[in-house]
Design a protein around this ligand. Structure first.
Ligand code: PGA
Length: 256
């Protein structure tokens, strides 16, 4: 039984005031949501992590980073290590979000190093995978997702991989208002789970949570979560509005 998991990705949004306010609204809005029914996290910009973690300290909502670097310390100007993340109360880190792959230019190899470093450093990685529109139109979705999953998890044994959450985010659905249909998403989630079973074993594949991301809104949460292999949601735009994100959380927590 995979517990639903909803994570908010605030991207390069909010400021010192609005980040803490949003966190406080989420903390009070989730008082009745039992931690046994759902795992919750938000990923604010690095500079607000500590303040947001403090605002959420009495809640069931964990804090995640949107990225991290694989080296433990040293001359890596601008980068942030796992120990720094842990130091400010972070439990998760997104690795390989499509904006990092396609805007910043991260490679599968770099993303693999980040996933491995996160696990080694006690941070739970959320490995993001997903195809571009042109790749879907060219029937390459399965090839792209296979590459992202296999390269992202390269050289990680089953024990390490059990710490990983996968987020399937078709790039054409991110921030566009175009959501994959629940069936389209389910097909890819099922494909990823079978791939994990081939790479590791069926039991581990059955335990790993696979989130869907891309224009998730309160109105499409229930039908996405109704799909057998959709275990949760990675939410961008709608996670910046407390009411919307709380409605998504309430709907996702209904999955049994
Ligand atoms: P979106 O972003 O919900 O705004 O489409 C999702 C994401 O990039 O994680």
């Amino acid at each position: 039984m995979r517990k639903p998991f909803v994570a908010g990705n605030w991207k390069m949004n909010t400021d010192s005031y609005t980040s803490v306010n949003l966190a406080k609204d989420l903390a009070s809005g989730t008082l009745e949501v039992a931690s046994e029914s759902i795992t919750l996290a938000v990923c604010p910009p690095f500079v607000y992590l500590q303040a947001v973690a403090k605002a959420l300290s009495a809640s069931n909502i964990a804090v995640g980073a949107q990225d991290m670097y694989f080296e433990p310390k040293g001359a890596f100007t601008g980068e942030i290590s796992t120990s720094m993340l842990k130091d400010v109360g972070c439990a998760y880190a997104l690795c390989g979000h499509s904006e990092r792959r396609h805007v910043i230019g991260e490679t599968d190899e770099l993303i693999n190093k980040k996933v491995a470093a996160a696990i080694a450093g006690g941070i739970l990685p959320i490995l993001c995978v997903g195809e571009l529109l042109a790749e879907r139109e060219d029937s390459q979705t399965e090839d792209v997702v296979t590459r992202h999953v296999k390269c992202g998890l390269a050289e990680l044994n089953a024990e390490k991989v059990s710490a990983v959450t996968i987020a399937y985010e078709p790039v054409w659905a991110i921030g566009t208002g175009l959501t994959a249909t629940p069936q389209q998403a389910q097909e890819v989630h099922d494909f990823i789970r079978k791939l994990l079973a081939e790479m590791y074993d069926g039991q581990l594949a059955g335990e790993i949570r696979i989130l869907y991301g891309g224009s998730v809104k309160p109105g499409n949460t229930a039908e996405l979560m109704a799909q057998q292999d959709i275990d949760g949601l990675l939410v961008g735009g709608a996670s910046l509005k407390a009411d919307d994100f709380l409605a998504i959380i309430q709907a996702a927590a209904q999955k049994t």
